[in-house]
Ligand binder design. Structure first.
Ligand code: G3P
Ligand code: CA
Length: 252
C-alpha cells in the first residue's frame, strides 16, 4: 500500500492566511507532500490565487476579482483579515494575493506536488485553462500538478488541451459507478469531500488509491483515512497530519 500523502489546504489555512506565499512557505518547511490552491482570473487576464470570487472575506479589498486589474489587486492585504488568529503578526498585513506564477516560482526548487483548483462554477473566465497550463509549463519545473474543478467541463478542457495533464473531479455528492467516470473521463483521481467519502465508503473500496479526501482536520478522520490508505488527505492543518502520520509509523 502506498503511503497516504498529506496536502496543505489553501496552504496552511488553519494557522496562516489562506492562499498566501506565507502559508505555502510554511507547508514547504513542514514537509507537506503537496499544497492545494484556488485560482481565478483578473480583469486584465492574470491568474491569481484566491478562493472566493470576491475579495471581501480574505482581503481588505472589495468586489469581484474579475473586475480588478492585477495592479489594483496587489494593493490589498491578504493577511490583515486574520488578526483574530492567535499567532497573528503585524507582518502578515504585507501579504498580497499571489499570482499563479509567483506560487510556481516559490515552489520551483522543491519536490512538492501542486493541486490547482480552477474556480469556474460561477464565472466563465475566457482561456483560463490555456493560461493555467501555459504558466505551469513555463514555471512548473516539471512538478506533479493535478488540475481539479467542481465544474467538469473545465477539467475536460484541460485534458483536451494537454493530453498528459492530470485531472481530478471535485465532488461533494455521490455519483453512480465512480470507476466508470475515472476510466471513461481519464481522471487521475476523484477529490471527494469528507462527508461524501465516509457516507458511502464501500463505493470507493477498490478506488482508494484514486481518491483524495478534503477537508480533514480531526484525528478520527485522519486515522480512518490513513488506515484505509486513500491516496491523499487534504487538510487545513498539515503540521498535525504529518506529525500524526509519522508517529503512527514509529509505533507500527
Ligand atoms: O480542493 C478541495 C477543496 O478545496 C474544495 O473546496 O471550497 O475549499 O475550495 P473549497
Ligand atoms: Ca479549493
Amino acid at each position: 500500500m502506498t503511503e497516504t500523502k498529506i496536502y496543505g489546504h489553501r496552504g496552511c489555512m488553519g494557522t496562516l492566511p489562506e492562499n498566501t506565499l506565507l502559508g505555502f512557505r510554511q507547508a514547504i518547511e513542514l514537509g507537506a507532500d503537496g499544497i492545494e490552491i484556488d485560482v481565478h482570473m483578473t480583469k486584465d487576464g492574470e491568474i491569481v490565487v484566491i478562493h472566493d470570487e470576491i475579495l471581501d472575506r480574505t482581503t481588505n479589498g472589495s468586489g469581484y476579482v474579475k473586475d480588478h486589474s492585477l495592479k489594483e489587486i496587489k494593493q490589498f492585504s491578504a493577511g490583515m483579515n486574520y488578526a483574530h488568529f492567535p499567532n497573528y503578526e503585524a507582518a502578515w498585513n504585507l501579504e498580497r494575493i499571489p499570482t499563479l506564477q509567483e506560487v510556481l516560482e516559490l515552489l520551483a526548487p522543491y519536490k512538492i506536488e501542486l493541486n490547482i483548483e480552477l474556480k469556474t462554477c460561477r464565472f466563465k473566465y475566457e482561456h483560463l485553462e490555456e493560461k493555467v497550463l501555459s504558466l505551469v509549463k513555463e514555471y512548473g519545473n516539471g512538478r506533479k500538478v493535478i488540475y481539479s474543478s467542481f465544474h467538469l467541463p473545465t477539467i475536460l478542457r484541460i485534458k483536451q488541451i494537454d493530453r498528459n495533464a492530470e485531472i481530478a473531479w471535485l465532488l461533494d455528492q455521490q455519483i453512480s459507478h465512480p470507476k466508470d467516470y475515472l476510466q471513461s473521463l481519464e481522471l487521475e483521481a476523484l477529490h471527494l469531500s469528507r462527508g461524501t467519502f465516509f457516507s458511502e465508503v464501500f463505493s470507493y473500496k477498490d478506488l482508494l488509491e484514486k481518491t483524495r479526501i478534503w477537508t480533514v482536520n480531526d484525528m478520527d478522520g485522519l486515522k480512518q483515512l490513513l488506515d484505509l490508505g486513500v491516496k491523499t488527505i487534504i487538510t487545513d492543518f498539515p503540521e498535525k497530519a504529518l506529525f500524526y502520520r509519522s508517529e503512527r509509523k514509529t509505533f507500527a
